[in-house]
Every structure is written in C-alpha cells, then in structure tokens.
Design a protein around this ligand. Structure first.
Ligand code: ADP
Length: 158
C-alpha cells in the first residue's frame, strides 16, 4: 500500500490545500493530512480547531485522514505512520525555492521522497494569510475555503 503525508499548518485550510490533497488521494492509497502543532507565529485557530475543520472537510473522501503533527522530524513521523512520500503543492518559484532544500534534506535523512504537485490555476493565489486578511476586512471568501472553514472564520470575528 502506498501512502503519503500532506503536512502543513492549515491555519486555516483553504481550497488550494483541498485541491492538492484530493489530487494526492488519486495517486496514493492513503493520504494522511498532518496538521502541525508548532508554528512560528501564533495561529488564529488552535490545533484542535484546525484538525476539526480538516476532518469535517474530508469526512466524505475515502482514504484521507487527518492527524496532529505534534513534535519531531517529519521523516520520523512518516516512518511511524508508514508513509512512502510527502506531497506538497507548489504555487510559484518561491514555493519551489523554499520547499526544495527541505525535500532534499528529508531524502538525505531517511530516503523519504517528496512529490511536488503544481497548484491549480484557480487556487494558486491562495494562502491562509491572504484568506484571513480578506475575510477580516469583509471580503467574500466563500469560493476560497471549504464551508467548515468559512463558518469558523465568521465565528472567530464575533
Ligand atoms: P505552511 O506549512 O508554510 O504554513 P500551509 O500550511 O499554508 O503552509 O500549506 C501547507 C502546504 O500546502 C504548503 O507547503 C504548500 O505545499 C501547499 N499549499 C499552500 N497553499 C497552496 C495553494 N494555494 N495551492 C497549492 N498548494 C498550496
């Protein structure tokens, strides 16, 4: 069985992430969405909320599960869950420059491969930061995020 990990902070999950995870699920028997607990900046949503939104979004997608990535190296997490690869979406050359050293390091550390999928043109402008900013200023982000996320974003402003 071939399984892949899609790691990220998902603060919050948006349709660019959803599209990459859906495409990963067409390539692998099992996809584990790993929501990272440790972030450089304070997250808008708690780890539990970020996991809950992702679980709600993927509840009907076969082969996709959502778990916490609490500590330690990604390569160790992948070994623990038996994943063969990491899948990452690339929006542009900045993503490529940022992701390539990490992918190479992971391969050197344990042979773990990273599969890069080009972002779909419909979503390549999306980032969690931009989605939050537009939403907080009153913009319509209904086409940018899953319904579970839109609800939580609205609640977070109350
Ligand atoms: P980070 O881990 O840098 O906080 P995110 O959690 O937002 O990034 O995203 C996790 C991964 O999802 C990123 O490493 C990137 O591969 C991918 N990604 C982010 N935004 C998009 C997008 N709009 N389209 C495709 N892939 C994306």
């Amino acid at each position: 069985m071939q399984s892949a990990v899609c790691p990220g902070s998902f603060d919050p999950l948006h349709n660019g992430h959803v599209e990459i995870i859906a495409r990963a699920s067409n390539l692998f028997d099992e996809v584990i969405v790993a929501v990272s607990a440790n972030m450089n900046k304070r997250p808008r949503f708690s780890l539990e909320q970020r996991i809950e939104m992702a679980r709600e979004t993927f509840s009907y997608v076969r082969g996709v599960s959502v778990v916490a990535l609490s500590h330690g190296l990604l390569v160790d997490f992948c070994r623990e869950v038996g994943a063969n690869a990491v899948v990452k979406g690339l929006r542009d050359d900045r993503d490529l420059l940022y992701e390539t050293p990490m992918a190479t390091m992971n391969r050197h550390l344990s042979g773990l491969e990273t599969v890069f999928l080009p972002a779909d043109g419909r979503y390549s402008h999306l980032s969690s930061t931009l989605v939050k900013e537009v939403h907080d200023l009153g913009g319509d982000i209904s086409e940018c995020v899953p319904r579970a996320v839109q609800r939580r974003l609205t609640e977070s402003l109350r």
